[in-house]
Design a protein around this ligand. Structure first.
Ligand SMILES: [Zn+2]
Length: 119
């Protein structure tokens, strides 16, 4: 199990800001219809490890398919810096777009592919 570290991140315009404790080794590159369009690199955190600092009022929600995941994005700049969903056991989980974390060297990440398109 890789170690959790505290990160800060958010959207492009700075309206949405959060603090999260998660592991980004490896990150997940998913090929489902929305991930491939967005190009997100994902890391996951339990709800308790995620704190939205600002921007709640600016978040727009997008849902599709089974509508179990809230694909949130900033209504000002359009950037999706995190999504909210549930694990198979029902626990709330936050999917972080690692590209939106501050100070992360994206070229140094280990990327694991996930075949979300086949789910
Ligand atoms: Zn924004």
């Amino acid at each position: 199990m890789s170690q959790s570290t505290k990160y800060t991140g958010g959207c492009h315009c700075g309206t949405v800001r959060y603090e999260v404790e998660t592991s980004i080794d490896p990150v997940i590159a998913c090929n489902c219809s929305i991930c491939r369009a967005r190009g997100s690199l994902l890391a996951f955190a339990p709800n308790e490890g995620f704190h939205l600092l600002s921007g709640e009022e600016a978040l727009s929600d997008y849902q599709f398919n089974r509508k179990v995941i809230h694909h949130l994005f900033c209504s000002k700049c359009g950037i999706s810096s995190f999504s909210r969903g549930r694990r198979p056991d029902g626990a709330q989980v936050v999917a972080i777009n690692v590209r939106c974390l501050d100070g992360v060297d994206l070229d140094a990440l280990t990327v694991r592919k996930f075949d979300g398109a086949s789910l």
